[in-house]
Design a protein around this ligand. Structure first.
Ligand code: DHK
Length: 148
């Protein structure tokens, strides 16, 4: 049976493609979902791809993932540097967690440099645009097959 990977996207990522394209690129979130589903198929993984502008909704999805997902990929967007509650929820998840940012947050404003989420993440990918999601899935597929 294929394992499920939850890909969770935080606030404003629904506007991907139109929002500050010089930073976040021209691909939409639907494009990212398509990329992820295409790659997941090659590794026999099931994907639940979600986006919310609401912190509580993201926390509910993380809690749900405890029972139904093998791994989490999360782009917490603006909640990265603010949400202790998302960090606490991620700490209850036992599988691998990969934090993804489209932009290189370390080349941007200082307030984006600190991530609460990184304290719970197995790995972090940033600055590689939408390809970062595929790299995260690839890493997770390997981790699931051969845990470190
Ligand atoms: C997306 C956001 O919305 C910002 O709040 C983060 C992240 C960076 C990204 O690069 O994907 O600071």
């Amino acid at each position: 049976m294929s394992q499920r990977i939850d890909i969770l996207n935080g606030p404003n990522l629904n506007l991907l493609g139109v929002r500050e394209p010089q930073i976040y690129g021209h691909q939409t979130l639907a494009d990212v979902e398509q990329l992820c589903r295409g790659f997941a198929k090659t590794r026999d993984l099931e994907v639940a791809f979600r986006q919310s502008n609401h912190e509580g909704q993201i926390i509910d999805w993380i809690q749900e993932a405890r029972a139904s997902a093998a791994a989490i990929i999360i782009n917490p967007a603006g909640f990265t540097s603010t949400s202790i509650a998302i960090l606490d929820a991620l700490k209850t998840f036992e599988g691998p967690i990969v934090e993804v940012h489209l932009s290189n947050i370390h080349r941007r404003e200082a307030f984006r440099h600190h991530s609460y989420v990184s304290l719970a993440a197995t790995g972090v990918i940033c600055g590689l645009g939408t390809h970062g999601y595929v790299l995260a899935l690839e890493a997770i597929a390997d981790l699931i097959e051969t845990p470190v």
